[in-house]
Design a protein around this ligand. Structure first.
Ligand code: ADP
Ligand code: ZN
Length: 440
């Protein structure tokens, strides 16, 4: 690869050792800044942590990790290391698991964030000549504005379409020759049905060549299905509002895990129960420390997202470590008949079966005082209007394959295409209607 393929070669091509040295230097600066924040002064005092004595990265472990609850526990201004006048924007999380959390940004924070997302987009090949349609919600949600500014910085033509309004999305793609989209993967799958309804084939009737998919867990099967149906490359994009938004970890053209930008984030992978680091390469909870944010730095922030660090260097030449696809949040896991199950295990099975359509959901119910798991699966249009015998065969096959994967025999209900609720935002894959508390 030539230097021309890197947006910021100075940062992207650091060696592992250079990254560690830079992290330590930046961490010291961040800790110094934190002394301006009432929250951190107290946090340090309570932990008996002396930031100015930090000698090595490991010393940071003396601080207890924080999470959404820490952020929710009071006025978000107490995290600020700058006067409020310097804050130019706030964003918040989607509130998937409760009250939304607020992050304040200074102008430099927005600039640093934009730079990171631009780096991600450029890495996969977005250039000035591209037409970028951003199908993510604008506003408080970070997926919209985060990508918007980055695409403009690269110099692409940006269509700030926002989420939803499927027919108009397709119209915009066709009218302006959209080449790149940013979209929630479950919505991208749903949109295929709308293309079909309109008698259009995205491979033939659009100029799409690339998609950034993120904001929710999804499987390799889903990605491949999108790539084949749209005739594009789809890249996994990971971020969270607490770490500014998108641009935390991103796939390079090799699509073998997502590079975490370690010049801007310290990554730890911890056992969610003991909060100790897991052995290298094992699955655990991602915990990040911001190194690039001046207004509201976060130290050892627990994402509750589960992934693992992939071994070895990447073929693209970047030493920034890679993480696997996100398996889900720790609280996505549900227990049926004593077995731990993640929705992504179900998705992996379903999307590997021919005849399965664009949407599914998992219902958990109590029947005769026992847990029942029901999986509702939309089937493809051809199959739905075809023979009952084939539908029965499909249903049996899905039950069998699910049982093999999750060790529980679910009820499987085949559904008409388009009949399950499809939102514009993050898909809700599990509806737990059981009588006892979730996760009992
Ligand atoms: P909320 O935490 O309320 O959903 P955010 O909008 O900040 O708010 O979403 C961030 C979360 O979305 C991440 O912590 C993660 O659980 C999920 N997420 C984001 N990108 C991905 C991705 N590429 N793969 C899997 N999950 C993702
Ligand atoms: Zn790479």
């Amino acid at each position: 690869m030539s230097e021309g393929e890197f947006w910021n070669p100075g940062m992207e091509l650091l060696s592992g050792e250079e990254i560690r040295n830079l992290q330590l230097r930046k961490l010291r600066e961040v800790l110094e800044r934190c002394l301006h924040s009432p929250f951190y002064r107290q946090w340090f005092r309570d932990a008996g942590f002396e930031p100015r004595k930090l000698a090595a990265m490991e010393d940071l472990r003396a601080l207890p990790p924080m999470d959404k609850e820490t952020l929710r526990g009071g006025d978000p201004r107490r995290f600020l290391t700058v006067p409020m006048e310097e804050v130019v924007r706030l964003h918040s999380s989607s509130g998937t698991t409760g009250q939304a959390t607020v992050i304040f940004h200074t102008a430099r924070d927005i600039d640093a964030w934009t730079e990171l997302v631009a780096r991600c987009m450029y890495m996969t090949g977005v250039r000035r000549r591209d037409v970028f349609q951003n199908m993510m919600g604008y506003g408080l949600f970070t997926g919209g504005l985060g990508f918007h500014y980055a695409a403009e910085r690269i110099g692409a033509l940006v269509i700030p379409a926002g989420s939803g309004n499927s027919k108009r999305q397709i119209q915009l793609m066709r009218d302006f020759g959209t080449t790149v989209v940013h979209v929630i993967p479950s919505y991208a799958l749903y949109l295929l049905d709308v293309f079909r309804e309109l008698g259009l084939d995205p491979r033939r009737d659009t100029s799409l060549r690339m998609a950034f998919i993120g904001a929710e867990p999804h499987t390799e099967s889903l990605r491949r299905r999108l790539e084949e149906s749209y005739g594009i490359k789809a890249y996994n994009s990971y971020g969270l509002s607490e770490m500014s938004g998108p641009g935390v970890a991103f796939e390079c053209p090799f699509q073998e895990g997502m590079h975490v930008w370690e010049d801007s984030f310290i990554l730890e992978v911890l056992d969610p129960r003991t909060l100790e680091p897991v052995p290298e390469g094992e699955e655990g909870e991602l915990v990040f420390t911001t190194l690039h944010r001046e207004g509201m730095p976060l130290l050892r922030y627990r994402t509750h997202d589960l992934a693992r660090v992939l071994p070895g260097p990447c073929r693209c030449g970047r030493a920034h470590r890679r993480i696997s696809r996100i398996k889900g949040r720790t609280d996505d896991m549900f227990i049926v008949k004593g077995v731990n199950i993640f929705p992504m295990q179900v998705e992996r099975v379903l999307l590997g079966v021919l005849g399965v359509g664009s949407n599914y959901r998992i219902l958990l119910e109590t029947v005769d005082n026992r847990d029942e798991m029901r999986v509702q699966v939309e089937v493809s249009g051809d199959l739905w209007h075809g023979e009952v015998r084939e539908l029965n065969q499909l249903r049996r096959r899905i039950v069998q394959e699910l049982r093999q994967e999750i060790l529980v025999t679910p009820q499987v209900e085949l559904m008409e295409p388009g009949s399950l609720p499809a939102g514009e935002g993050k898909a809700v894959r599990v509806v737990d209607m059981r009588e006892h508390a979730r996760g009992d």
